[in-house]
Design a protein around this ligand. Structure first.
Ligand code: NAP
Length: 546
């Protein structure tokens, strides 16, 4: 059995950054990756139209000024192939490939209490002994497929947006169905509409979407960003979501109708995802949110010719951004094409698949191909697939049966020497996830250095610290509209999943300050004595940071 200092699970953005960082510290780090290539979600979500809705210059690594200067993004919002090229480039540029084992899916990780080490085993029977286990398994890595009657007998092709085949897919001359209108479904719709003979979009919940305002990056823009990149990164780090936008300090309700219209118009044309920060209280007050909803609905309405379709495509019943809105490039306009049809499956639900298509309560749709853009078991799906066993034989699945718990979103009581990157309890999907990833990994690297400096064998967080963090997450989310609707933020995307708000909504700057304070105070909430005495860990003091 090979022995390593750190076993990193997953070779996406997080796993590669962790490998580079821990190697730079002189540690023996190894990444295991289930698939046959690196890139994580950016490898698997290769569906047509896939692109990031965080600006390229912000959705990129910040650890190397040389890399920042060398890489040339071609568009304001990079496509999936360009992001994957960037990831491959980083792996080569920093010599990471020899630290990654592909086609190696973790089956189990078991903590050996006597040795204070993890034994990690792959599905094909190999195993490693590691002092630390770092889970970089992604939040959107467990695709979720509906289980409609007759699906197994359907004779056409079935694809999932999150498990896209690694080969060209042709839509020409085909009747294609897309189930799901989240970011993935909304991104692929206009692209497939241009190629397919006929496209049916099966919509259960109409989603809000802001136009991407994508454009090629000019030489002058590239030069300007690179001349002041450090300042741009600093601005992103100190913005609530890590996107660089500062919320408007004015309440949407205090602005005059005329000013509000102008602010929303500017945000609509330029900010994409940042529209939610056009006023600071859009996500805090239903009345303020209603002003944004009114504006967005008018904008969407103006894009759709047919009045019946217009009403069906109009998001309703939930506040804007309480569920993840999309950033699209021509989604609503696609429904003006004669070959695109909307199937409102809230009104006429899918009854079954037939060998030749999908039958709803209203009609039968003949389809050559069905694309499931039905999302993921978010936050916990990938973490709970393998068998992770902590102290006294308790599995992470058992430990999280009522919802994920952690101290600061980084570590779990009963699972010593285990760290989670961008998991539940951290800003994660409520932020520029790449920025959050890097900030956590840098903090982890300082934690491990602290352990080395002090000759500490093992760390563990206490249950009291977990309770305090859970209370803090709940307290922060109560200030917002996030719990007023069902979403994958609160576990509603999978039936039977505990209804707990999972990410941390206090912002990346506030979160970083809490991590820094924990560190400055000698890692409050952590126990360094080993031997199962973590419950003694001090109750950490928390304060709100907006
Ligand atoms: P999603 O947001 O969870 O959307 C899934 C869609 O499928 C929803 O419309 C959902 O309807 C529908 N659905 C789920 N189960 C269904 C069923 N049994 N029958 C009919 N419809 C069903 O998933 P996603 O679009 O893949 O996006 C997930 C996340 O990935 C995004 O929110 C974003 O964070 C990330 N992402 C990012 C980008 C980007 O950066 N540009 C692109 C794509 C994805 P309901 O709403 O009614 O549940």
């Amino acid at each position: 059995m090979e022995t390593v200092d750190i076993l990193i699970v997953g070779a996406g953005f997080a796993g590669l950054r962790a490998l580079h960082t821990f190697r730079s510290q002189g540690r023996h780090a190894l990444v295991i990756e289930a698939s046959d290539g690196i890139g994580g979600v950016w490898r698997h979500n290769a569906y047509p139209g896939a692109r990031c809705d965080v600006e390229s210059y912000d959705y990129s690594y910040s650890f190397s000024p040389e890399l920042e200067q060398e890489w040339r993004w071609s568009e304001r919002y990079a496509t999936q192939p360009e992001i994957l090229r960037y990831i491959e480039h980083v792996a080569d540029r920093f010599g990471l490939r020899d630290g990654i084992l592909l086609r190696t899916r973790m089956a189990s990780a078991v903590y050996d209490e006597a040795a204070d080490r993890w034994t990690v085993s792959s599905e094909d029977g190999r195993s490693w002994s590691a002092r630390h286990l770092m889970l970089c398994m992604g939040q959107l890595s467990a695709p979720k497929s509906p289980n409609y009657p007759g699906l197994a007998d359907y004779r056409g092709e079935v694809l999932h947006s999150g498990d896209w085949p690694n080969k060209p897919v042709s839509y020409a001359g085909k009747r294609v169905g897309i189930i799901g209108t989240g970011s993935s479904g909304m991104q692929m719709t206009p692209v497939i509409a241009q190629q397919a003979d006929h496209l049916v979009v099966f919509q259960r919940t109409a989603n809000f979407s802001i136009p991407a305002a994508n454009a090629p990056v000019t030489e002058a823009e590239d030069h300007a960003v690179k001349a002041a990149y450090a300042a741009r990164r600093e601005q992103a780090r100190n913005s609530p979501t890590g996107l660089g936008f500062k919320p408007n300090r004015v309440s949407a309700l205090d602005a005059s109708a005329q000013d509000r219209e102008a602010v929303y118009e500017a945000a609509w044309n330029r900010l994409g995802f940042g529209f939610a920060l056009a006023y600071y209280d859009i996500l805090l007050s239903r009345a303020a949110n209603d002003t944004a909803v009114d504006f967005i609905r008018r904008k969407i309405a103006s894009k759709i010719d047919d009045p019946v379709l217009r009403e069906k495509l109009m998001p309703k019943g939930h506040p804007f951004a309480s569920r993840r809105p999309s950033v699209d490039s021509g989604y609503f306009e696609a429904f003006n094409r004669p070959n695109v049809e909307l199937a409102d499956i809230r009104e006429a639900p899918i009854q079954r698949f037939t060998p030749s298509g999908i039958e709803t309560a209203a009609k039968h749709h003949d389809l050559d191909m069905v694309i499931l853009a039905t999302g993921f078991d978010v936050f916990t799906g990938s973490l709970l697939k393998p068998r992770i066993v902590g102290r006294r034989g308790v599995t992470l699945r058992d430990k999280w049966a009522d919802g994920p718990t952690s101290h600061l979103g980084v570590a779990v009581a009963g699972f010593p020497n285990m760290l989670i990157v961008c998991g539940p309890g951290s800003p994660s999907l409520l932020s520029n996830v790449l920025l959050s990833t890097e900030e956590q990994i840098d903090w982890f690297s300082r934690l491990l250095r602290h352990l080395d400096d002090k000759g500490i064998h093992a760390f563990e967080v206490g249950v009291e610290a977990e309770r305090t963090w859970a209370e803090h997450i709940a307290e922060r989310v109560r200030e917002t509209l996030y719990m007023t609707t069902d979403s994958y933020y609160n576990g509603a995307e999978v039936s039977g999943k505990p209804r707990v708000f999972m990410p941390y909504s206090g912002g990346v700057r506030g979160y970083r300050r809490l991590l820094e304070r924990c560190e400055a105070e000698g890692y409050t909430g952590f126990d360094f004595s080993g031997g199962g005495s973590a419950a003694k860990a001090a109750r950490p003091a928390l304060a709100s940071h907006g």
